[in-house]
Design a protein around this ligand. Structure first.
Ligand code: FAD
Ligand code: FES
Ligand code: MG
Length: 273
């Protein structure tokens, strides 16, 4: 059993949990994820490791309430326990001194981009960050990301704060600008990652995305997280979650993300009772 030792509502529908999991905290690296199960009847869901504290033995996860399991999770309080908390899973982010790296985080993707930007900064890179949210009240961790970045641009879709528009707009300007960009890392909704990759493709700037297909076991056994990258089948949980965004078959990812839509809708309706 894994105790929730801290809980925060970051913005409406987005929550931060600090979970006591010393074995996971000892090994966690940027880019990896955990698979959690609330109780013995619950389903298993993957959540990215947003931060860790090796001394305290804790892992921070940030999640958005989208369906039955994340709704149940959001109802838990500090002092409650999770039945399962397996990790760290997946390959860590590739961290080295590339030069100038643009880190793009959208929505709840701002949380997983933070430890990657921090690790890349520690490796000596210049970090240009772009984070975006639908509106001001859904934006979180601006200061955290700023602290590990050489510069930060914030966008909101509705213009309620900072620059109005999508994260791809400042990304395109950077691609067209005078400064050489050596790498882009983008994490957020699949559609955002697709368009970040489409934005950088004409400029041939390597662009890493963190894919989020449906997962079950997280160990390469069930095949549920199958994606296609560069014409090859990959299992996101063991071969990823990070891949070359220019090589991803996005349409297949979108289709596979939706395969249980009817069941998820039904489960949500039943749970609402
Ligand atoms: P449901 O109503 O069951 O599903 C809503 C949508 O979520 C589905 O249409 C599907 O696209 C997706 N989903 C459903 N079940 C799964 C599953 N078992 N695995 C993956 N996706 C699923 N979300 C966050 O908010 N924060 C994170 O840090 C985060 N990290 C992730 C890391 C990875 C490697 C992956 C693959 C996904 C991550 N997700 C993250 C997405 C998160 O797992 C889903 O939002 C969650 O499983 C939805 O469960 P639900 O029962 O609440 O919603
Ligand atoms: Fe089962 Fe990846 S989640 S193979
Ligand atoms: Mg579900």
């Amino acid at each position: 059993m894994y105790e929730i030792i801290g809980r925060e509502t970051l913005v409406p529908n987005n929550y931060l949990f600090k979970v006591e999991a010393p074995a996971v905290a000892r090994k966690a690296q940027a880019g990896q994820f955990v698979i959690i199960r609330i109780d013995e009847k619950g389903e298993r869901i993957p959540l990215t490791i947003a931060d860790w504290d090796r001394e305290e033995g804790s892992i921070t996860i940030v999640f958005m309430e989208v369906g039955v399991t994340t709704r149940k999770l959001a109802q838990l309080k500090a002092g409650d326990f999770l039945d399962n908390f397996v990790g760290p899973l997946g390959l860590p982010s590739h961290i080295e001194k590339f030069g100038t790296v643009v880190c793009v985080g959208g929505g709840v993707g701002v949380a997983p981009i933070f430890p990657i930007a921090r690790a890349l900064k520690e490796a000596g890179n210049k970090i240009i960050s772009i984070i975006g949210a639908r509106s001001k009240d859904l934006l979180f961790w601006e200061e955290r990301v700023r602290e590990v970045s050489d510069s930060l641009t914030v966008t909101t879709d509705d213009g309620s704060y900072a620059r109005k528009g999508l994260v791809t707009e400042p990304l395109k300007e950077l691609m067209e600008g005078a400064e050489k960009v050596d790498r882009v890392v983008a994490i957020g909704p699949a559609i955002m990652m697709k368009f970040c990759a489409k934005t950088t493709e004409p400029f041939a700037v390597p662009t890493i995305v963190s894919l989020n297909p449906i997962m079950v076991d997280g160990t390469g056994m069930c095949g549920c997280c199958r994606v296609e990258v560069g014409g090859e089948t990959k299992f996101t949980c063991v071969d990823g979650p990070e891949f070359d965004g220019h090589q991803v078959d996005w349409d297949l990812l979108f289709a596979r993300q939706r395969i249980y839509l009817d069941e998820e809708k039904h489960a949500t309706e039943c749970a609402c009772g």
